[in-house]
Design a protein around this ligand. Structure first.
Ligand SMILES: [Zn+2]
Ligand SMILES: [Zn+2]
Length: 409
């Protein structure tokens, strides 16, 4: 594979091979010959990415099941979904018209995401000039960035932005639409560190009082693949002059990379963010490293889309972790994609008698639109859209209620 094309292997991994991720990891670990994707140019890379979206959205036929694979036509408005025939397109329009506009944004976002791999996004950010409590969302965040227009212009006119649209096989959107996409990708990149910052604030953890440790539980390739050690630096901008913030990624699917360095036992580097990781289940990490004081106890635990609401596998996967978080009174914040996941996750936490302190929309949800790939005619989702905060057992209030009942009786 041509390693001179920035982000090539990364894009392929993220966009094409998630289904075969285990196979790919085995290859990376040297268990198998590295698969050769046979991609040599930017144009081929963007074609390969687009191929995964090529099926008739009405009858679900794949190109290989058509007499002429080239007869698959793209919706001209959104440049996103495909049809095998005008009959299918007509039949699909009543439902597709509800999502066409948003799918156009999603199609732009998934191309512009490449600029994260090339390093154009994020642009360099500023120390927060406002107290964290006064920054209530992305508008406030963008308003704190000096020379915002200039920074955005640099991305818009950059080398890779031009390479992107010369090779994407789709027309370059209007400048204002493209600019909005760049901002959405900025929010997507920063959503995780800012959600952590939001959690620190919510639990009154003070990064100026001493070094703090954050555990990211259930971390997988999504959090760790191609993550750079600087990717959570926005936390240091949020709390300039902090006493040191360590973020430890913990999960059985943590991927080898620059983050694969052991957690710190004590003080983090002052004023900075230190990323480390541990590959394994959280309760194993706790027993082997935290209990033995080789890793610091967390001031906050974060789970990005833990997915325990999909209750299958709860017992072997998440249950020991959830019980540990509850029983050790660890301040915890989880994010989910949508209201339904929020509802199911709250139900499970309630069944476990966890004390839920707060839940609702996350002010630092990603603005990037992610379509449901297998069924695009659905509302696109946003990463970290909702958040849940819980702490310990929901026992205290219950005891008081019981007392009241006793007195009445
Ligand atoms: Zn069709
Ligand atoms: Zn469309």
């Amino acid at each position: 594979m041509d390693s001179n094309v920035p982000g090539l292997s990364q894009v392929i991994l993220r966009k094409l091979n998630m289904r075969n991720y285990e196979e790919y990891r085995a290859a990376l670990d040297g268990n198998k010959a590295t698969p050769d994707f046979g991609i040599r140019t930017y144009f081929e890379m963007f074609q390969k990415m687009e191929d995964t979206f090529k099926f008739c959205v009405e009858c679900k036929k794949l190109p290989e099941n058509l007499s002429d694979p080239r007869s698959l036509r793209r919706c001209k408005r959104c440049q996103n979904v495909y049809y095998c025939s005008s009959e299918c397109q007509r039949a699909n329009w009543p439902i597709h018209k509800k999502f066409c506009k948003k799918l156009q944004l999603a199609a732009t976002d998934r191309l512009v995401e490449w600029l994260v791999f090339t390093g154009d996004i994020p642009f360099p950010t500023e120390h927060w000039e406002k107290p964290v409590t006064e920054v209530t969302g992305w508008n406030d965040w963008f308003s704190m960035q000096d020379s915002l227009q200039e920074k955005l212009d640099n991305i818009m006119t950059g080398r890779y932005m031009n390479i992107l649209w010369a090779n994407a096989g789709k027309p370059r959107p209007e400048e204002k639409d493209l600019l909005e996409s760049v901002k959405r990708l900025m929010s997507d990149f920063l959503s995780r560190p800012l959600t952590i910052g939001f959690g620190l604030k919510a639990f009154n953890v003070d990064p100026y009082a001493g070094p703090i440790t954050v555990h990211v539980v259930g971390a997988s390739h999504i959090e760790t693949l191609n993550t750079r050690v600087t990717d959570y630096d926005e936390l240091a901008q949020m709390f300039p002059g902090n006493q040191g913030i360590e973020v430890v990624m913990v999960g059985p699917e943590v991927v080898d990379g620059p983050l694969m360095r052991p957690p710190l036992a004590a003080f983090g580097p002052r004023g900075r963010v230190y990323l480390s990781s541990y590959r394994g289940l959280y309760h194993v990490f706790w027993e082997t490293l935290v209990e033995s004081k080789q890793a610091a106890r967390p001031n906050l635990v974060v789970g990005f889309h833990p997915g325990f609401h999909a209750s299958q596998g709860l017992t072997e996967g998440w249950l020991p972790t959830l019980l540990l978080l509850r029983d050790y009174n660890l301040p915890t914040i989880f994010t989910v994609y949508n209201e339904q996941e929020l509802k199911y996750s709250l139900q499970i936490l309630a069944e476990l008698e966890a004390c839920i302190l707060s839940h609702g929309p996350n002010p630092f949800a990603s603005l990037k639109l992610d379509q449901v790939q297998s069924d695009p005619n659905k509302p696109p989702v946003h990463s970290n859209a909702y958040q849940i905060q819980f702490l310990g057992l929901a026992g205290v209030e219950q005891d008081e209620d019981m007392q009241d009942l006793d007195e009445e009786a």
